[in-house]
Write a new protein. Structure first.
Length: 177
């Protein structure tokens, strides 16, 4: 993927996982003077949200794609342009863990994304009764090739509160080609 010009990260995951909230959180934290949306008023992504931040001289572009079933088929149109994938998981939604895992399985098996760094986020860690990051990691550990088999960082985060968000972004920046 050396011919890709900008450092672009795709934000993927099921609808309601927290992708838009995560992107807003990133912009709020890393964009100077960004006032942005009220983080509590975000609704699920249907189209596409785009964000760009400058960090340590690197320009990072983020593409937050809709996660509904019928929109997932559009994800791979963006793969060829992407240097990294951020996959967001709702740790509080036990019922959709399997669906989320299958969505990730499809993503990581794509040839266009071979070798691309993967940031796996167990989101909504602020919610009481959610699965712990360790539990989510265990569930997703069978997805191949991801944790341990490619350049992959797994983190528990709260996109809403901003907890754990910065480390993932710094990790991505370090992977700038
Ligand atoms: P998207 O469909 O993946 O873009 O998800 P959204 O960003 O629209 O979030 C879906 C819902 O989950 C919204 O009501 C958000 O406020 C909520 N949400 C997102 N991230 C978090 C989080 O870290 N903690 C909590 N408690 N709620 C979150």
């Amino acid at each position: 993927y050396t011919q890709k010009e900008k450092y672009s990260a795709l934000i993927l995951g099921l609808d309601n996982a927290g992708k838009t909230t995560y992107l807003e959180q990133i912009k709020t934290r890393f964009k100077k003077d960004y006032t942005g949306l009220n983080l509590n008023k975000i609704t699920t992504t249907v189209g596409l949200n785009i964000g760009d931040i400058q960090i340590a001289g690197v320009e990072l572009n983020f593409w937050d794609l809709g996660g509904q079933q019928e929109l997932q088929s559009l994800w791979d149109k963006y793969y060829a342009e992407s240097h990294a994938v951020i996959f967001v998981i709702d740790s509080s939604d036990r019922e959709r863990m399997e669906e989320s895992k299958q969505a990730l399985e499809k993503v990581v098996s794509s040839d266009a994304l071979a070798g691309v760094p993967l940031l796996l986020l167990a989101n909504k860690q602020d919610l009481e009764g959610c699965l712990t990051a360790e539990e989510v990691k265990e569930i997703f550990s069978t997805v191949s090739p991801s944790v341990g088999q490619r350049d992959c960082l797994f983190r528990g985060v709260s996109a809403l509160k901003g907890t754990g968000v910065d480390q993932g972004i710094h990790w991505l920046v370090e992977r700038h080609p």
